[in-house]
Design a protein around this ligand. Structure first.
Ligand SMILES: NC(=O)c1ccc[n+]([C@@H]2O[C@H](COP(=O)([O-])OP(=O)(O)OC[C@H]3O[C@@H](n4cnc5c(N)ncnc54)[C@H](OP(=O)(O)O)[C@@H]3O)[C@@H](O)[C@H]2O)c1
Length: 356
């Protein structure tokens, strides 16, 4: 990765609002940030000095303690995500940290508060100025690394299983990509909501990991046909809910094992291919294919999503959710950290800490 200076001209060059809308003074020291300057791979990212952010009206400057990585970070830097920020921008959409200063008009926060932020992109830096509405306060009983693993993965999992699928106690839930970030969250949340959970993944080591996190049944879809395995485990009734962040050839295989009135949750396409499903299957099964879009749910239903996040934080603090961290990387190691996702190696959540 190239390490190079990034002078004040960066602001005019399109840095996102997380640089802050207040005015930096010449005495402000620069902060280290990961910047994406053009569409590309993790190796094309640069570690740069940018001006210290200053909180504008309604903003809060946060010292970033831990950044949670997600698969979509690899898409947004490649220009393949539904949101396409102007260049240069910092990737990474969720973080935890400590409030340093408040802009005009901000109430309800104070310097020293521990917070969690969800901003879609802009978190990969030492300090960020963030709209207060994108932050929630954290209680002292949840450490900042684990909390950085909470918002998007568990938020998506709970929104999908409870709001979209209305998963019921005693139903059977199959989770594809079950050892990944949203996958392991869905396994744990499925158990908490009272489901029988079938974890599906590509290696036995990943499946052992899901078993340790509560999965009842395991399917290795690299060595066993997914449809046959789910038909066997679903029995005559079939699989009530399919949580599908993988896509590709796995989606149709799973749908073929769904129950009457089952719900297939379309969460993502980590396999790289957006599948086409034969609609006759939905007719024959009387089932529903349900889209899940956490980002828009947060934007369109702010009160519901904040309540959900508060509930998740309580569960995590009480030890009901693991927020398992695969590995912690430094800011300079961002390319390796992102490649652990694209190379299908990570189990649970990958974290970057700017202070390392
Ligand atoms: N809809 C939403 O609101 C929402 C929210 C969050 C995430 N997502 C989406 O959900 C998906 C997973 O996100 P994540 O952050 O949990 O990712 P992750 O931690 O990298 O997990 C993805 C999993 O997908 C499986 N996979 C299959 N083929 C793959 C491939 N070619 N490359 C990488 N992984 C592959 C892997 O499991 P195996 O090796 O076991 O197959 C891996 O564990 C992404 O598509 C993401 O965009 C959607």
């Amino acid at each position: 990765m190239v390490i190079r200076g990034f002078g004040p001209t960066g602001r005019a060059g399109g840095l996102p609002p997380v640089i802050g809308t207040g005015s930096p003074t010449p005495a402000d020291p620069p902060v280290k940030a990961i910047l994406c300057t053009r569409p590309g791979s993790p190796d094309d990212l640069v570690l740069a000095d940018i001006p210290d952010p200053v909180a504008g009206a309604g903003e809060i400057v946060v010292r970033v303690a831990a950044v949670g990585l997600n698969f979509f970070d690899t898409l947004i830097i490649a220009g393949k995500y539904q949101r396409k920020p102007p260049f240069p921008f910092s990737p990474c959409g969720e973080f935890t940290g400590v409030v340093e200063s408040l802009g005009p008009g901000v109430t309800g926060f104070a310097p020293g508060d521990r917070v969690l932020g969800y901003i879609t992109y802009g978190a990969a830096r030492e300090r960020a100025a963030v709209a207060a509405e994108n932050l929630v306060k954290l209680t002292a009983d949840l450490d900042l690394e684990r909390a950085a693993a909470l918002a998007i993965t568990y938020g998506t999992g709970l929104h999908a299983l409870r709001d979209r699928a209305q998963l019921e106690h005693g139903e059977t839930l199959a989770v594809l990509g079950a050892a990944g970030g949203v996958g392991i969250a869905a396994v744990e949340l499925g158990k908490l909501l009272g489901a029988r959970v079938i974890a599906c993944a590509s290696t036995d080591a990943k499946l052992a990991f899901t078993r340790a996190h509560g999965a009842d049944e395991l399917v290795n879809y690299a060595t066993e046909d997914l449809r046959d395995a789910l038909k066997r485990l679903g029995g005559e009734h079939g699989i009530d809910v399919i949580f599908d962040p993988v896509g590709g050839r796995y989606s149709e295989a799973a749908l073929r094992a769904i129950a009457w009135e089952g719900r297939h949750l379309v969460v993502g396409f980590a396999a790289g291919e957006i599948p086409k499903l034969p609609l006759n299957l939905t007719l024959l099964k009387g089932c529903a294919v349900l889209g899940v879009y956490f980002g828009d749910w947060v934007r369109l239903r702010p009160d519901a999503s904040r309540a959900s996040l508060a509930e998740l934080a309580q569960w995590a603090a009480a030890g009901k959710l693991s927020c398992h961290i695969d590995r912690v990387y430094s800011l300079a190691e961002m390319p390796q950290a992102l490649k652990s996702l694209t190379e299908r190696r990570a189990m649970g959540k990958v974290i970057v800490r700017p202070d390392l």
